[in-house]
Design a protein around this ligand. Structure first.
Ligand SMILES: Cc1ncc(COP(=O)(O)O)c(C=O)c1O
Length: 419
């Protein structure tokens, strides 16, 4: 039997999750009528212990640089650069000086808490090379903020996002030869945080490791867009009110593979996550979902996506599409809505000739156009002509976002030039 540690307050444990989460939860139990859809644990930053200090970075260069693969042979997430960035944290000392070292295995005791209780969260972001050869990140502060939210929720430490972005910039600069020059290529970055305390006791880890690895990737659609078909999953849910679906925890991903495999076994590329009796449309695979329809009452063109109610991931691409749509589509008469919508609403729009297009949105592909959705033994057509692989809004969003990512729109505030 596992010994459950009593809930106690450890003053040196800077990430005051235990106390704040406990008090927040008990408050939500008292207010039963207003259910907390997602708890936000407190961050540890600013509580007096050592935060990340980029000036203390040490760098050990590899003595065996890897050979670059021809760009066309790159497979997502299979090949990694020469180095990695690592930072250790302890409850008593805070963040220890960052290190860039040759890419290497981790050595962890089999009792390390990450292996038993899933103390793990991560991010997915990219570095791009612009026409002048500058390295750029896209809205890195959003990834850092999301990683802090994820880590605080599982009692891992938080950190200064701007300092971490600076370190990531130094790491990417060191390995910049791995970013192919051509448009569509990038360096996928995987910041990862794990609890490293060696214990089978269930409690807040007193030590953690934050590391970043990098994998060069090619264009998601090397030969142009390919629209996907989806199976609406009505027998399993990805997330639920009060759960952790809005956090990027490794534990959210493994349970999604079986529904994905089942959809694939029936010939669909991805599964579409529905929620509740109403069958609200939430996310597609590991992307947020957008639909463009003509509004039933007003006939106005409406770009729709599910709201941030705690059951969907707060996608950086989702936020960027909403921002661009409000700035550039609303003046053209579009309505941009973050609201709940059901699978039936999409099917009705398709049946009544009001469906314009549907697409997924995420860092990997920017947008992923959808041709059809299998739902209740029927196929809901998503507005693409037979010969078309993408609708105009998906195409426009990809062009706008890539224009910012690759620095074509110079000086855009979402593009972070690494110096
Ligand atoms: C479940 C889920 N939803 C949405 C997204 C899209 O998020 P982003 O645009 O930040 O890549 C991701 C990818 O990280 C995801 O894993």
């Amino acid at each position: 039997m596992l010994q459950h540690r009593p809930l106690r307050l450890i003053p040196s444990l800077s990430h005051s999750f235990t106390y704040s989460a406990a008090s927040e939860l008990s408050a939500s139990v008292r207010r039963r009528s207003s259910r907390a859809y997602s708890i936000h644990a407190n961050a540890s930053v600013g509580t007096g212990i050592q935060n990340i200090d980029p000036s203390k970075l040490s760098i050990t260069n590899t003595t065996t640089p890897k050979q670059l693969l021809p760009p066309e042979e790159l497979i997502f997430g299979r090949n990694f650069t020469d180095h990695m960035l690592s930072l250790e944290w302890t409850a008593s000392q805070g963040w220890l000086p960052a290190r860039i070292t040759p890419y290497q295995n981790l050595s962890l005791d089999p009792a390390t808490c990450v292996f038993h209780y899933a103390f793990e969260c991560f991010e997915g972001m990219k570095a791009y090379k612009d026409k002048q050869g500058n390295v750029r990140l896209f809205r890195p502060e959003m990834n850092m903020a999301r990683l802090n939210k994820s880590s605080a929720r599982i009692a891992l430490p938080t950190f200064d996002g701007a300092a971490m972005t600076e370190l990531i910039g130094k790491f990417v600069k060191l390995d910049e030869r791995f970013i192919p020059e051509a448009r569509g290529y990038s360096l996928y970055l995987r910041p990862t945080m794990i609890g490293t305390q060696r214990t089978l006791g269930v409690g807040p880890p007193a030590s953690a490791l934050l590391y970043v690895i990098a994998s060069p990737v090619g264009p998601y659609y090397p030969t142009g867009f390919k629209a996907v078909s989806l199976e609406a999953t009505d027998y399993a849910v990805r997330a639920w009110p009060g759960g952790v679906g809005d956090k990027k925890l490794g534990a959210n991903y493994a349970p999604c593979i079986v529904p994905q495999m089942q959809a694939a076994s029936r010939g669909f590329h991805q599964n579409l996550w529905l929620f509740g009796e109403e069958e609200y449309v939430t996310e597609v695979g590991t992307m947020n979902l957008f639909a463009a329809i003509k509004n039933k009452e007003t006939g106005q063109s409406e770009l729709l996506t599910a709201p941030l109610d705690g059951t969907i991931l707060e996608g950086v691409t989702r936020d960027s599409i909403l921002g661009l749509a409000r700035e550039r589509l609303e003046p053209q008469g579009w309505k941009v809505s973050e609201r709940r919508f059901t699978m039936k609403e999409l099917a009705d729009a398709a049946d009544e000739g009001r469906m314009m297009e549907v697409f997924g949105a995420g860092t990997a592909a920017v947008v992923s156009p959808v041709r059809k959705i299998s739902w209740k033994s029927r196929l809901v057509e998503c507005g693409l002509a037979d010969h078309a692989e993408a609708g105009p809004i998906a195409q426009q969003m990809k062009d706008w976002i890539e224009g910012i990512q690759y620095g074509d729109e110079d000086g855009h505030p979402w593009s972070y030039k690494v110096v």
